[in-house]
Ligand binder design. Structure first.
Ligand SMILES: CC(=O)SCCNC(=O)CCNC(=O)[C@H](O)C(C)(C)COP(=O)(O)OP(=O)(O)OC[C@H]1O[C@@H](n2cnc3c(N)ncnc32)[C@H](O)[C@@H]1OP(=O)(O)O
Length: 388
């Protein structure tokens, strides 16, 4: 039996900020969900199931928050499911929801991901005291900085690349009203002069810690036909995982990421991603991950990703715009960040991205990764229904 085509008919985000002190976690998720329903012109009663995701409970210090969120998300009396794959969870959550529609288990599913990091401290939440480990592994930046160094050494990339990415993404964020950081007076020189946090990652080359939520309404062909705005259609979606550490693990370009991208392209009939994909929302928490993922996702040959960044190809008006929304570098409510990438890709092909719209975007890739670069989730969405 063929799969049911899956359409994204509703998208909602909160305005991401350092601290949403005016709402509880329940209030935060409800705000995003309400906006997604409004976009789809649907009511809570139209939703058959809810799939929710967030990163580790350690981030807010609230154990299993989903246990009390059913009411806020209109899920009382309906199936509700939580997904967890660390930082990639927003992407995996959307894929689990999409698969429920594709398998005809449910017709219309609300999917949502969130993080309210102001209620904890992600840096120290991510510095787990594992016995016999070197003690200076401070936060995600401390973990990923050596892999960035390895990339620079392997490729000979000049040390200006990271600042070019950061400057681009922060300027794109100025066009996105939901982005956390709006630094109108930032210059490339200021990025390059910002304090070094985790060598070679500077303050302006790292993501902030954000409070935020993102929600989407996914539905079948019948639901899409009733939608008030053009839907985004899922052409391919995949997840892959690998352990944090194993002999031969390539931290610069993990095999699981390559395999995940290849699977998505195969499902979507993409043979030349650089030319066939119009916009990419890629999970870049530290700026150097843009050239690294350009290679991992098959947009550039190994060792060449930084050249695409340097050439301006990934700018909003370039041939392959990367993170038109401002990306994770401008907004990082960790659990929600993967879903924001998926949602922003969908906004692009729906033609509803506002000021950060990529002209004529017909196919876009949403990408998420998490853990020790070990969980990957991606989807490719299009303006037209899938041909097969
Ligand atoms: C899979 C993954 O997602 S891996 C990534 C996981 N996430 C991280 O590692 C988070 C990395 N970031 C951090 O740890 C912190 O944001 C730091 C260290 C960069 C800054 O720490 P703090 O100064 O304590 O940040 P805090 O959240 O209190 O924010 C203070 C102000 O600085 C701003 N800010 C925070 N980070 C940044 C940044 N990188 N660049 C510019 N401004 C920033 C905030 O918006 C806030 O401004 P506001 O008061 O006007 O809203």
């Amino acid at each position: 039996m063929t799969k049911e085509p899956v359409a994204v008919v509703g998208i909602g985000q909160t305005k991401h900020v350092a601290a949403r002190r005016d709402v509880s976690i329940a209030g935060l998720v409800r705000e995003a969900a309400r906006r997604a329903l409004d976009d789809a012109h649907l009511a809570w009663a139209d939703i058959d199931a809810v799939v929710i995701g967030k990163a580790p409970d350690f981030f807010e210090g609230v154990m299993m928050p989903e246990l009390y969120l059913a009411d806020a998300l209109g899920a009382v009396g309906k199936p509700m499911l939580r997904v967890h794959t660390a930082g990639s969870v927003g992407g995996s959550t959307a894929l689990v929801a999409a698969n429920l529609v594709a398998a005809r288990v449910h017709r219309t599913v609300l999917t949502l991901a969130f993080e309210k990091q102001s209620e904890s401290n992600a840096m120290w939440g991510l510095s787990l005291p594992i016995p016999f480990q070197q003690p200076l592994l401070a936060g995600a930046g401390g973990f990923f900085a050596p892999h960035v160094r390895a990339y620079m050494r392997r490729t000979g990339a000049p040390d200006t690349i990271g600042s070019l990415v950061a400057y681009k993404d922060r300027r794109n964020a100025l066009k996105n009203p939901y982005a956390h950081l709006h630094e109108a007076d930032l210059t490339l020189e200021k990025v390059q002069a910002s304090p070094m946090l985790w060598d070679p990652i500077r303050y302006s080359e790292t993501c902030p810690s954000s409070d935020g939520a993102c929600a989407m309404v996914l539905t079948d062909r019948t639901g899409a036909a009733r939608a008030p705005h053009p839907p985004a259609w899922v052409h391919g979606g995949a997840m892959r995982s690998e352990p944090t550490l194993f002999a031969g693990k390539d931290f610069v370009s993990p095999q699981a990421g390559k395999d995940c991208a290849a699977d998505v392209y195969h499902q979507a009939g993409i043979t030349d991603p650089r030319r066939e994909i119009d916009a990419v929302e890629m999970y870049v928490p530290f700026s150097w991950y843009e050239p690294m993922w350009l290679e991992n996702l098959g947009f550039a040959d190994e060792g060449e990703g930084w050249k695409l960044t340097e050439s301006g190809l990934t700018e909003l008006d370039g041939g392959l715009p990367v993170n038109p929304s401002g990306g994770v570098l401008s907004t990082n409510p960790i659990g929600a960040s993967g879903m924001i990438r998926f949602a922003e890709a969908a906004l692009q092909v729906r033609g509803r991205a506002g000021e950060h719209q990529v002209d004529g975007a017909r196919r876009a890739l949403g990408h998420a990764y998490g853990g020790g670069a070990q969980f990957f989730a991606m989807w490719l969405v299009g303006a037209e229904p899938p041909a097969r």
